[in-house]
Design a protein around this ligand. Structure first.
Ligand SMILES: CC(=O)SCCNC(=O)CCNC(=O)[C@H](O)C(C)(C)COP(=O)(O)OP(=O)(O)OC[C@H]1O[C@@H](n2cnc3c(N)ncnc32)[C@H](O)[C@@H]1OP(=O)(O)O
Ligand SMILES: CC(C)C(=O)C(=O)O
Ligand SMILES: [Mg+2]
Length: 520
């Protein structure tokens, strides 16, 4: 079994979502009040434990957003961020007091570089600030989280002093952020383990891990923090966040769920809502999700290569470690493209309602591969057009071998064409008023007949400049009418093949020899 959702013998990990605060710090990701409320509703419904709704001192808008989220949220705790500054803490307290469960999240820098350059404080001054500001917050609310900004670049002895001070002052959650995405997993594990094992009173607090993705290790570091004893993970939907982003919520949750055998922890998140939450955040923050993003990317459950598609058709567990349904995606997609094989092509034809005999199938597959080599996206409509074309022209006695068209503005339009007529090749060249006229004239010359063109139309099978052209031709000769179609990426080739297809049908009705068959 590759997936585990059995939570017995596992420890609970609390999910602290900071999409609305750290996520919104991502350049260009600002959300309106309505958008924030929509995101908060999705997070609350999904079972997130804590929603950090904003930084109330930052602006009137942020304050109002935190108040509104606090009033709306039904289940989760709502947190507001505050610097270690009295006015920040009062403002955060004022905003989250509307919540059924409110939390003040206050932070201060602890690393030497921050102390020297950002805060311009000594270690002793920082210890005094922590004691004073955490106590202030605790006088406003029971639930106080304290964070050591830049914890991972802080000497462990000083970090332990800070943590002990914060716990003594009443913080019930201690967050040790990797603010600049500097940590590596082993080190991160060791930091949590050491602090939890050694700091007096550590058992009175829940430890929290908060990672940034500057080196692409935010999720790995978060999971290492959990292994080291953290029981709250701070993360964002789609990994939105400052610079390279925060640890992605969907990745943390699905990693714990899928690899419960290696990591005995569980979360309360309803995973089938992950995909919806991702779409809501992407739209609200106006931030597209990369196609190959784990869990929620467009390609996360899509397979194009033939070997994988063949495996998927035999048993989905050959190439999928989670089901798409488990993250709220309807189904796996087998994308038809140049890497696809016969198994997937046959399956696609079946889905589209075709059952071809062996020869027709092989020919259709060769044409499909040829089309896929030339066209980026193969849609169902392309395959329908291709198979209809293949089936419709299967018995054609006159076939296009190759053609070349020269066309010049205000000048000559000339088509040189080789036709195979009952197996015999015949090359002709003819001019026309335009490219299509030259092509049709060349065919008439080649077959020695002059049917009347009743209809000629072109439409695109799909959108895009690389879309196949569907050409339709209707011919009339001696009172008989026949229609032909052809689909090709090249409009002129499609036109020639549609004309020949119609001519072949006139021949078929007549049952005569191909060249000059319709005379008299
Ligand atoms: C790692 C993180 O994600 S931290 C959160 C980052 N998020 C944000 O900054 C978004 C919201 N921020 C804002 O709107 C503004 O920066 C405000 C309102 C908070 C402050 O604005 P301003 O008063 O104009 O200060 P400014 O942003 O220029 O500088 C930050 C000040 O806060 C101080 N500061 C930074 N962190 C802390 C802290 N945790 N505790 C106390 N002071 C702090 C800095 O030292 C600096 O103080 P100084 O002006 O005395 O040198
Ligand atoms: C404010 C803190 C928690 C933060 O976002 C960080 O250090 O990355
Ligand atoms: Mg952060």
């Amino acid at each position: 079994m590759t997936m585990s959702a059995d939570n017995s013998n596992k420890e609970r990990v609390y999910i602290f979502d900071t999409t609305l605060r750290d996520g919104e710090q991502s350049p260009g990701a600002t959300m309106t009040l309505e958008e924030k409320l929509q995101v908060a509703e999705a997070l609350d419904e999904m079972g997130v434990d804590i929603i950090e709704a904003g930084f109330p001192i930052a602006s009137v808008g942020d304050f109002e957003a935190v108040c509104a989220v606090a009033k709306q949220v039904k289940h989760a705790t709502v947190a507001g961020l505050a610097r270690a500054i009295p006015a920040d803490i009062d403002r955060a307290g004022e905003a989250v007091r509307h919540a059924q469960r409110g939390r003040i999240h206050t932070f201060v820098s602890t690393s030497p570089i921050h102390l020297a350059h950002q805060m311009r404080k000594t270690e002793d001054e920082v210890i005094e600030i922590i004691a004073r500001t955490v106590s202030q917050a605790r006088n406003l609310i029971d639930d106080v989280e304290w964070s050591a900004m830049d914890a991972t670049r802080t000497p462990i002895e000083f970090l332990m002093r800070c943590v002990e001070t914060a716990i003594k002052a009443g913080a019930s959650t201690i967050n040790l952020p990797d603010t600049v995405g500097y940590a590596v997993p082993e080190e991160h594990y060791a930091m949590f383990k050491t602090i939890i094992d050694k700091v007096p009173g550590a058992d009175k607090a829940i430890f929290s891990v908060h990672c940034h993705d500057d080196l692409g290790m935010a999720v790995a570091n978060s999971l290492a923090g959990v292994a080291g004893g953290a029981r709250q993970v701070e993360c964002t939907i789609n990994g939105l966040g400052e610079r390279a982003g925060n640890a992605a919520l969907e990745e943390i949750v699905m990693a714990l769920r899928t690899r419960g055998d290696a990591m005995p922890y569980y979360t309360n998140v309803e995973t089938t809502q992950l995909s919806r939450a991702s779409r809501i955040v992407s739209a609200a923050a106006n931030f597209p999700v990369q196609f190959n993003k784990a869990i929620v990317g467009k390609n996360a459950f899509a397979h194009e290569s033939g070997i994988h598609q063949d495996g998927m058709l035999k048993n989905a567990e050959t190439y999928e470690i989670m089901t798409p349904e488990s993250v709220g995606i309807k189904a796996t997609t087998l994308v038809m493209g140049k890497h696809s094989g016969r198994a997937a092509f046959k399956d696609k034809l079946k889905e589209l309602g075709y059952e071809l005999g062996d020869n027709a199938f092989q020919e259709a597959f060769v044409r499909f591969k040829d089309l896929a080599d030339r066209k980026k996206h193969i849609y169902d409509a392309d395959i329908v057009a291709l198979v209809d074309d293949e089936v419709g022209s299967a018995g054609d006695r006159i076939r296009l071998v190759n053609m070349e068209v020269v066309s010049k503005t205000g000048g000559v339009h000339r088509c040189s064409m080789t036709l195979s007529i009952d197996g015999q090749e015949n090359t002709v060249t003819y001019d026309g008023m335009g490219s299509v006229d030259a092509i049709f004239n060349a065919i008439k010359q080649g077959v020695g007949q002059n049917p009347h063109l009743v209809l000629y139309a072109i439409d695109g099978v799909t959108g895009g400049t690389d879309a196949q052209a569907n050409a339709h031709v209707r011919l009339e000769l001696n009172g008989r009418i026949a229609s032909g179609n052809a689909a090709e990426p090249d409009t002129l080739v499609a036109s020639a093949r549609a004309y020949l297809n119609a001519y072949n049908r006139l021949l078929l009705e007549r049952g005569a020899s191909a060249q000059g068959a319709l005379a008299g």
